[in-house]
Structures are given as C-alpha cells and as structure tokens.
Design a binder for this molecule. Structure first.
Ligand SMILES: [Zn+2]
Length: 128
C-alpha cells in the first residue's frame, strides 16, 4: 500500500498552474497538500477534495544558491523558497527579483517556468 499516486499527477498539477487553474488537496480537517496524495499525512483522512490555490502566497523561507548542482548550472545565482499559499506550502524558485532583495513575507504569484540548463519544468515564484 502506498500514499503516493503516479508521478504523472505532479505533471498534471503543473499543467493546472499553467492553465491558471492551480489547485491543492484538502482533507476534511482543513490540512492542505500538493499532489500527489491519496491520504492526508497529518490526520490520515482519505477524503481529499480539490480546492483552488490562492492567487498569491507569502515567502516563508528562502535560500540563495550560488554554487548549484550541474542541472542548475545556468540558473545560478538563484533563490529557492518555500511560500505559503493558504494552507499549503509550495517549494519553488524566485524569479524577477534580485536575490538580495528576496525577504520573508514577500508576496509572490505562482507560475511554471523552465530550468535554464535542462529545460525541465519547475515552480516559479514571481514577486507581486
Ligand atoms: Zn488532514
């Protein structure tokens, strides 16, 4: 038995962000998660519903990467961050801001971008 849905569900979630219809999964007790999930990891509720992701979030933590792994070589320096969108925490890369200017509590929008090095899709936070 596993709590994880197939990997394709995360790609589908990225598609929903690109379409402007981002969502998260919420259990009956109001815990929010990003897909893939089948069970709430906090209360083990299996009744997860899709809720619309808020348009903007707030940066809860951030780290500036100046010496990246090879797959991020052409992106450096860049800022990885965790931002709270309502009840869910989303991890992504901040773009459109000088790394030195990124601060806790910054309000950011959510979009899908590409890694400069590999072209893989990733979550991008854009300061509002
Ligand atoms: Zn829960």
């Amino acid at each position: 038995m596993t709590d994880q849905a197939p990997d394709g569900e995360y790609d589908a979630w990225l598609d929903s962000i690109e379409a402007g219809e981002g969502y998260y999964l919420e259990c009956g007790n109001g815990h929010g998660w990003l897909p893939p999930r089948r069970v709430c990891p906090q209360c083990h509720d299996r009744d997860l519903s899709r809720e619309g992701l808020p348009d903007s979030g707030e940066i809860a933590s951030h780290t500036t990467i100046t010496v990246p792994t090879p797959q991020f070589e052409d992106d450096a320096p860049y800022v990885t961050a965790v931002a709270d969108f309502g009840p869910v925490s989303v991890t992504g890369v901040v773009r459109g801001a000088d790394p030195a200017d990124v601060a806790l509590g910054d309000v950011v929008g959510l979009e899908v971008g590409e890694r400069a090095t590999t072209g893989d899709r990733l979550v991008v936070f854009r300061p509002r």
